[in-house]
Write a protein that binds this ligand. Structure first.
Ligand code: IMP
Length: 428
């Protein structure tokens, strides 16, 4: 049995796509267990950047199986587009890409409602992909799962019920009967597209585990965007944390062997919400430009800041992380000095643990330690000892602060630009 979870330690965009792509080569199955097409994983394929929103990046290897498990919400329009883009690159998904029968479908009204809510209630800065409203329906027990969508009668009844239930919010914003007509017109196209992919993915995973296959569970977003453990309410509507794999893929906790946390050498966040280490100066601008910090899904500029060890230590704890990969270290190589947030301060009190209070999250000041800049090239270095001594010290200090071992360091966009600090670890 060999299973590995790869997940983000901050507010998403830590570079999980590249890490999953790097480790997928060793895996047989790659499984998404939460989120939807709010994610965007930028990969380099034949020397060109390429974004996948829903299908696991392992699909680029022809012999791998890729699964969308029950915890994911699926936008059929976006998925169809992704399958077409892959087909143009001669990447065939048939017979090796599957979607759980129990995965909920994002329908056009979810996207409309996401937009309406963003305009009128607390602005979260969502991706407006309908993620929150689709998960809301799941919890309200009115959602439409992929298995329901495939049975026309069931789908029509549920659609009718849903449009009545949502009339209060949709009325005056759109023509509900036109929307319904369009959804019924599109039904054949989308249900026929979906049908060959729908499967019992929890069972497939169990069979794969019993057959000694290697399984990589790929998260979207990050722990600080987790519905329970993130900066609520400025979070996504699912559980990217390691525990999310059990409910999101139908796998028992004793079947999980290891968890790898992906952590960026500095911090970014998109959308609204507290962000104690945010920089509004030229260092923030430098990180944004050097790191290409623009949303892969929405193109929004990402807010940038120093490394927040309070947030990452919290993520290490809730995921029980022993191993980390530090990404984008190369994007800090020109800085003269580097700061690390080691605590939060609010009303003269020092907080070393990540606070749940919205007020403290919002108004806390970061307490910084300062280190000298790397003073040397990080890119093109292929082992830890060849890194500038200050970069080595930075890595070692981060390890001490967050309480987990940094075993891999990513120093560029390409798949092979990864330094293996601990060569003895076998990930599967
Ligand atoms: P939603 O997931 O679209 O509902 O958005 C909720 C929050 O999560 C917003 O702040 C988004 O910007 C953020 N978010 C969602 N997906 C991602 C991601 O893949 N990377 C970074 N932030 C994300």
């Amino acid at each position: 049995m060999s299973t590995l979870i790869v997940l983000g330690m901050q507010w998403g965009d830590e570079g999980k796509g590249k890490v999953v792509h790097y480790l997928s080569k060793q895996a047989d199955y790659i499984v998404r267990y939460q989120g939807g097409n709010n994610a965007g994983h930028t990969l380099i394929f034949e020397d060109k950047p390429f974004v996948l929103h829903l299908i696991p990046s392992g699909i680029l290897f022809p012999e791998k199986y890729c699964l969308i498990a029950n915890g994911v919400v699926v936008d059929l329009e976006s998925l169809k587009e992704e399958v077409n883009v892959l087909a143009k690159k001669k990447i065939v998904v048939k017979d090796r890409f599957f979607i759980s029968e129990q995965a909920h479908i994002i329908l056009p009204y979810h996207k409309i409602i996401d937009g309406i809510l963003e305009d009128r209630s607390v602005k979260i800065g969502t991706t407006k992909k309908g993620i929150g409203p689709a998960y809301t329906d799941k919890v309200k027990r009115v959602g439409i799962r992929s298995i329901d969508y495939l049975e026309r009668d069931v789908f029509e009844d549920l659609l009718e019920e849903n449009l009545i239930e949502k009339a209060a919010i949709l009325e005056g914003k759109i023509d509900i009967s036109n929307l319904k007509k369009k959804m019924l017109e599109d039904y054949n196209e989308f249900s026929e597209f979906l049908r060959p992919f729908v499967a019992n993915t929890s069972l497939m995973i169990e069979e794969a585990i019993n057959g000694n296959k290697k399984i990589l569970f790929e998260s979207a977003q990050g722990t600080l965007l987790d519905l329970d453990f993130g900066t609520y309410p400025f979070v996504t509507s699912s559980n990217p944390i390691a525990g999310g794999v059990c409910s999101g893929a139908g796998v028992g906790p004793t079947k999980i062997n290891s968890v790898l946390g992906v952590v960026k050498a500095y911090t970014t966040r998109v959308g609204e919400g507290p962000f104690a280490v945010e920089l509004f100066d030229e260092v923030g601008d430098y990180l944004r430009e050097k790191g290409g910090e623009y949303g892969a899904t929405t193109g929004r500029p990402r807010r940038c800041g120093w490394f927040d060890s309070v947030g990452v230590r919290h993520s290490v704890r809730v995921n029980d992380i022993k191993h980390l990969i530090l990404t984008k270290l190369d994007c800090m190589e020109d800085l003269d000095k580097i700061k690390i947030c080691v605590a939060y301060k609010y009303k003269n009190k020092i907080y070393k643990e990540f606070p749940a209070s919205r007020t403290i999250q919002k108004y806390a000041e970061p307490v910084y330690e300062e280190m000298p800049g790397f003073n040397g090239r990080v890119k093109d270095v292929m082992n830890f000892e060849s890194l500038p001594i200050n970069a080595q010290k930075y890595i070692k200090h981060l390890e001490e602060l967050v309480g987990a071992s940094i075993d891999l360091v990513s120093i560029g966009r390409k798949r092979e630009e990864i330094i293996e600090i601990n060569k003895d670890i076998s990930w599967f």
